[in-house]
Ligand binder design. Sequence first.
Ligand SMILES: C[S@@+](CC[C@H](N)C(=O)[O-])C[C@H]1O[C@@H](n2cnc3c(N)ncnc32)[C@H](O)[C@@H]1O
Length: 378
Amino acid sequence: MPKAAMFVPYGESGSGSYGATLGKLHAGYIEPIHSKVFKLAVSIPFPKGSVFSIGDYGTADGGSSMVFLGRLLEFLKERHGPDTQFQVIHEDQGRNDFNSLFRRLTGIIPEPPSYLLSMDNVYAFACGTDFYKQCVPSDSMHFIMCMMSVHWLSQPPTVYRDSIYVCNDSLEEEKEALRKQAQMDWEKFLLMRSRELKEGGVLFVGAPAAYMDQKTCQVRFSGETLVTLMTDIWKSFTVSCKITRQEFIKTNISFCLRNLLQMREPFEAENSQITASGLRLLLSEIILNKNIYYSSWKQKKYEEGIDDREEFAEMMVSAYRNWSNHSFMAGLSDTRSLKEKKQIVDDLYANVIMELATMNPELYKNDFYTAYALIKKV
Ligand SMILES: C[S@@+](CC[C@H](N)C(=O)[O-])C[C@H]1O[C@@H](n2cnc3c(N)ncnc32)[C@H](O)[C@@H]1O
């Protein structure tokens, strides 16, 4: 199987590009579930005088979780007292843009405001360890959150012959390989977090989901409309000979958007290692999230009378480019220069913006479902 890159951050190191694009879209995805998370967080046993440990796994540049973490810390401080000490561990893979994370935490990148600047007794650290490994000492964490990250797999699950991600027409063996890899990785992730959590500790996970479209009764996945558009344009590049058929085949996205049953599976299996490790699934649900870029388009249209589809297209593509750029770059042949690869991928996104700007943003408003899991270690 050809080696494809998993998640590689896009944008200049230290520029805060993640938080300014995809992070903005994601920041609100914690909202629908935050009160349930807070309620559980205060139930975590915490002996007075010890240090409360919080982990933000797959933190990227911290842009999407900064406000939530600030609110959580305030809430816990009210409960445990202002002198309680907290440590926040921002975890991500070694190639992450930690430069931007520290610039955000210290206020050099001012938006959204850093929780560190307004609070005493809070200490922030970074951890550059792959989350499919143990990242912190055993039995050391009270609360771990991981938003929009566990869908990224530990390795490419398969090679899709005719798409860049699994689709209804994918071969059965491609679907099965993806399912297997995704379940192995989910279990591994849970086992590692189980080791790290203290008894009574909480794990909160949110990830883009696969779901049943109620109108058409078809299985769909979050962001499918735009992924399909990117796929179609990339495929059209094989017809215009911008890329080869081999390069199209080599372009694969190594993630899996799981459905709720897949999220629940490790907790329900007989002789489950996850249950034996002490993890219990308290809640799992799928919620449709608002698209802030759609909302701004609509506001501009109805309040100012401007139907700015171009702006909508640019915002959406800047967010999607953030997570997808590396997959297209990795698909291109190594006989091409880096400059040539960048030019082809720039052309792809320019085409996606152009196409998207001709479409009605209404098509995108019901396109993003997130699966949430609230888990406790007993
Ligand atoms: C789409 S971003 C999500 C960032 C943020 N949590 C949010 O909600 O917007 C996915 C993040 O997961 C990280 N990631 C992917 N695979 C990882 C792994 N194996 N170990 C640690 N982090 C990983 C990526 O580096 C990236 O920063």
